[in-house]
Design a protein. Structure first.
Length: 159
């Protein structure tokens, strides 16, 4: 009778330990999911920005090409100095705008890169820790079975 109460109590305790560890693992998975979801939103936004930026760069490149193709560069060609100055100034303005846009996007990319690198390291570390946790949990379960067996043997020998 005492043994069966102890055995039931031991099983309930083992069950509680297993459920607590399972709940803890689920909480960690939820936290990881939240972090990854936030990062995915940023990456989706980055893809839209990249498409928009690429389109702007293509348009600017075409505008510069069009401006330079209008400049007469063959021998003996004549052009209005003011028109050439305006075309070159326009091309320089476009290049400066592109440069500032590229610098701005580069700083955002560097910040995102460091966050993604950190997230990758955290995910790798979590994976290693989860594997270690599984191994330790399996060892704990095996030790609990062994303890129950030894207690049973001890009770049987004392009776």
């Amino acid at each position: 009778m005492l043994y069966s109460v102890w055995d039931a109590n031991s099983r309930m305790c083992d069950n509680m330990v297993m459920k607590r560890s399972y709940v803890q693992r689920l909480r960690q998975e939820v936290k990881l999911g939240i972090v990854l979801k936030e990062q995915m939103d940023y990456l989706d936004h980055w893809a839209a920005l990249q498409t928009e930026h690429s389109s702007s760069l293509s348009s600017a490149t075409e505008a510069i090409k069009a401006s330079t193709l209008r400049l007469p560069v063959s021998g003996g060609a004549k052009a209005d100095v003011l028109t050439v100055k305006n075309a070159v100034s326009s091309a320089v303005d476009i290049m400066q705008a592109m440069g500032s846009s590229i610098c701005h996007l580069l700083s955002k990319l560097q910040a995102s890169h460091s966050l993604v690198t950190e997230l990758s390291a955290v995910a790798a570390k979590e994976s290693i820790l989860l594997n270690e946790y599984r191994e330790l949990l399996a060892t704990a379960a095996a030790l609990q079975v062994q303890e129950s067996s030894l207690r049973t043997q001890l009770i049987q020998q004392t009776e």
